[in-house]
Write a protein of this length. Structure first.
Length: 501
């Protein structure tokens, strides 16, 4: 029998170990400090309430409405038939022979193409940068969208856009004493603030202009840059979210040009987060990518031309696809030379590759069925139904919010959110202070307790000093949306009455 004892030297060492166990005090302080409001205190409270409801407790409402996160399928948005059929065939290739009539020929053909491109199927690691056949689809999509070429060796498949942003920031922020910073919009999607905290970077805020439809004001940007530099921060890049989360603004080409010029003049890497590029609601508006505008301006990003350095991110999680759980995404590097691209490749290879299902989903998202394909009509109808319903819902939410006392809300021109400003009575602000929480969190908790509607306090995204907001998605299905808004309106009215000064 093996003696299950440690050698003497080791066992005596373990009793007098000077090592530090992993606990809440010894964990990396950056992990402790990182905050992600979308899944913060309000969500925690909702989970507690869900447990209590499951245990039989009567609450003032019958169901929870998760408006806290842009997670369309969690609110019953339907998957697209072609995309799921191809995935099913890639995961279980025998389905094509077992059930030949169940699949359109273009779905079978696409699955075969991916199978050839993957070699060993979805269960095998791929190239760390992603399956070449998928990168070719992405390059073709970008070239068609922008009217400028895109190259497979500059495209990296990632587990969602989040991983791409983290990888890029890992490359950009040098840590230590250097105080590298990133110009970050306020309000922002907290992936940026949390990643900066984790990686020891400095968030350099530039405020979006609420009274100007949440647009970027160049003077805010240049001032933020100058102040940060005066304070010893080495500003390395600028994050731009277009269309905006949580604000819903869409940048016009002129604004994009100004930002690009500023980045060139100040040697800043642009991180263009364009995950909402298919969610455009404003009549007559269209999406222009940073890559397109950069190329139009003559910044073609050829090797050796690093005047403009741009990294663009896209995702399977948003748009009309909404497949957040598949964790598909890509980033395209532009104006970033082969040595750095090789380092990014090495970084990607540390996790071997992004998940294969997400990679395939990304390929299909950018290369859906075309006119003449067997799946085209169904795809067009499914896509059209999702987008037109989202557009109607964005308008319903905007109208309903603006009718509530003390609330003003800019139109969501794009993306999946409304970010209304709320003016709360002093009594509410005082009650929140007494509890030691921000007033908008206090408001969201009260709404949750009353209605089951889960909102995110504006403080989690950053907001102008002295203002309060919350963020809501407009993802509840259209038939339940009217009811949800009525419930929210009456909870809001009750809140205001209960806290009237
Ligand atoms: C602006 C923005 N960027 C990135 C992401 C992350 O997307 P993914 O699911 O692709 O990681 C989100 C998710 O909500 C987002 O809103």
């Amino acid at each position: 029998m093996l003696r299950r004892t440690l050698p003497r030297a080791l066992s005596s060492a373990s009793s007098s170990l000077h090592g530090v166990p992993l606990d809440a005090t010894s964990i990396n302080a950056n992990v402790r400090a990182a905050e992600y409001a979308v899944r913060g205190n309000v969500l925690e409270r909702s989970m507690e309430l869900q447990r209590r409801m499951a245990a039989g407790e009567m609450l003032p409402f019958k169901k929870f409405v998760p408006c806290n996160i842009g997670n369309p399928h969690a609110l019953l948005q339907l998957p697209l038939s072609f995309h799921r059929d191809v995935l099913a065939l890639c995961i279980s290739p025998h389905l094509a022979t077992d059930h030949p009539s169940a699949f359109n020929p273009d779905a079978v053909e696409r699955a075969q193409k991916y199978a050839t491109g993957m070699g060993g199927g979805v269960g095998s690691y791929t190239n760390s940068q992603g399956i070449l056949a998928v990168r070719e689809e992405i390059a073709a999509f970008i070239a068609e969208r922008d009217g400028h070429p895109a190259y497979v060796d500059r495209i990296y498949l990632t587990n969602g856009a989040s991983e791409g942003v983290r990888m890029l920031l890992t490359c950009l922020l040098r840590g230590g004493e250097l105080r590298d910073g990133l110009l970050t919009p306020i309000p922002q999607y907290p992936l940026y603030s949390a990643s900066l905290t984790l990686l020891g970077g400095t968030l350099v805020p530039y405020h979006l202009n609420e009274s100007g439809d949440w647009g970027v004001q160049m003077e805010n940007l240049t001032e933020a840059l100058a102040t940060a530099r005066e304070n010893g921060v080495e500003v390395r890049g600028i994050a731009v979210i277009n269309p905006g989360n949580p604000t819903g603004n869409i940048l016009a080409e002129d604004q994009i040009k100004d930002i690009i010029q500023m980045a060139v003049d100040n040697k800043l890497v642009i991180l263009a987060d364009e995950v909402y590029q298919s969610n455009i609601w404003k009549e007559g508006a269209s999406f222009s990518s940073f890559k397109k505008v950069a190329c139009d301006m003559g910044y073609h990003g050829e090797d050796g031309d690093e005047r403009l350095q741009l990294v663009s991110f896209h995702s399977t999680s948003k748009g009309y696809f909404g497949e957040c759980g598949l964790r598909g995404g890509y980033m395209e590097l532009h104006g970033i030379g082969p040595e750095v691209r090789a380092e990014v490749y090495k970084l990607a290879s540390l996790s071997l590759c992004s998940n294969t299902v997400g990679q395939l989903a990304m390929g299909m998202m950018v290369n859906p069925p075309k006119p003449g394909d067997a799946s085209y009509q169904t795809f067009e109808k499914e896509r059209g139904d999702i987008l037109s319903s989202l557009r109607r819902r964005s308008m319903m939410v905007h109208k309903a919010l603006n009718e509530m006392e003390g609330i003003t809300c800019n139109k969501a021109d794009g993306a999946l959110y409304a970010f209304p400003r709320i003016r709360l009575p002093n009594k509410a602000v005082q009650a929140a202070a007494d509890k030691g929480i921000p007033a908008d969190e206090y408001y969201c908790l009260k709404v949750l307790d009353e209605t089951g509607i889960i909102l995110v306090p504006g403080s989690g995204f950053g907001q102008e000093e002295g203002t309060l907001h919350f963020r809501t998605t407009f993802l509840p299905s259209e038939d339940t949306m009217e009811e949800t808004l009525k419930i929210l309106a009456s909870a809001h009215a009750k809140f205001m009455d209960d806290h009237r000064d």
